[in-house]
Design a protein around this ligand. Sequence first.
Ligand SMILES: CC(=O)CC(=O)SCCNC(=O)CCNC(=O)[C@H](O)C(C)(C)COP(=O)(O)OP(=O)(O)OC[C@H]1O[C@@H](n2cnc3c(N)ncnc32)[C@H](O)[C@@H]1OP(=O)(O)O
Ligand SMILES: NC(=O)C1=CN([C@@H]2O[C@H](COP(=O)(O)OP(=O)(O)OC[C@H]3O[C@@H](n4cnc5c(N)ncnc54)[C@H](OP(=O)(O)O)[C@@H]3O)[C@@H](O)[C@H]2O)C=CC1
Length: 290
Amino acid sequence: MIKKIGVIGSGQMGNGIAHVAALAGFDVVMNDVAADRLKSGMATINGNLSRQVVKKAITEDARKQALARIALAESMEGLADCDLVIESAVEKEDVKRKIFQEVCALLKPDAIVASNTSSISITRLAASTDRPERFIGIHFMNPVPLMELVELIRGIATDDTTFDAAKEFVTKLGKQVAVSEDFPAFIVNRILLPMINEAIYTLYEGVGNVEAIDAAMKLGAHHPMGPLELADFIGLDTCLSIMQVLHEGLADSKYRPCPLLVKYVEAGWLGRKTQRGFYDYRGDKPVPTR
Ligand SMILES: CC(=O)CC(=O)SCCNC(=O)CCNC(=O)[C@H](O)C(C)(C)COP(=O)(O)OP(=O)(O)OC[C@H]1O[C@@H](n2cnc3c(N)ncnc32)[C@H](O)[C@@H]1OP(=O)(O)O
Ligand SMILES: NC(=O)C1=CN([C@@H]2O[C@H](COP(=O)(O)OP(=O)(O)OC[C@H]3O[C@@H](n4cnc5c(N)ncnc54)[C@H](OP(=O)(O)O)[C@@H]3O)[C@@H](O)[C@H]2O)C=CC1
């Protein structure tokens, strides 16, 4: 029975996962590499819960109870008695492998370990742990408190008990499950990221500027966000990592990351999280950077 959840990484996804798990009544321990990251993750949760209170989506009492259920841990030792640990650190395989090595040594033998990876093979990540049977992909969508879907991805060794427990957990959060086979970038990102990458090629080749491309897809295809706005929202580093996994994993040139995406990432212009990407967010309203 899953009661206590550990979340590794307190960035936009990690703090969103902690938010929805605490709101659903789970005890949560959130871990990150630095105290200031944890502080800002907690501040984001507080702000997003408050918005939900203002919108009458939740009560003030529920907000207070959710906040009280979240503990912060600067060290992974704080995760030792968790029943399920969800890793949501950066989309880099070597970083994730190191995290799993460290955390698995501390956990109860029957604890489940999950990754919120956007694209990396669950089978390969599972093989780097001491418990491939109890390892699974639980892939949330951004922003976590608002998006209805969670993808569940079994590695080759994931057992039925782990899958059923993960499904029950996700259902308790009020989310819908889509089951994906373990292939690069799963379902949502296999479809979404090539579209975003193509939008960046459209910009790179001068077919349209940032505003025209986003307006075209918002007004012409009724997407809630334009593809470049969405890329900034996801994080351009994450977008590039996903394209690289698709390109390498499927060995097809149609997944070649756009050189302009590479350039933005190399500049450290990662989108909203660094205040600059295809838009500059440092002023009153976002201004296109091309
Ligand atoms: C990369 C991966 O691995 C997988 C992925 O996640 S891919 C990304 C998937 N996500 C998407 O495609 C999102 C596309 N965008 C949307 O659906 C919408 O723009 C949206 C749901 C994010 C916002 O909806 P909206 O009504 O247009 O925006 P907005 O009026 O600003 O926000 C509505 C409410 O959403 C909430 N909200 C917005 N952004 C939020 C965030 N980042 N976190 C939490 N809540 C948020 C707020 O409560 C906000 O209410 P307020 O009026 O109090 O601000
Ligand atoms: N962005 C999105 O739309 C989505 C992302 N994902 C996936 O979720 C994961 C996290 O993405 P996202 O939240 O956007 O990324 P962010 O960059 O917002 O957050 C990542 C967090 O993890 C921290 N971190 C890095 N290394 C470690 C470590 N060794 N131990 C603990 N924490 C660490 C980072 O700290 P620091 O900044 O100091 O390095 C940062 O606080 C990725 O795997 C991504 O692919 C899944 C669905 C949607």
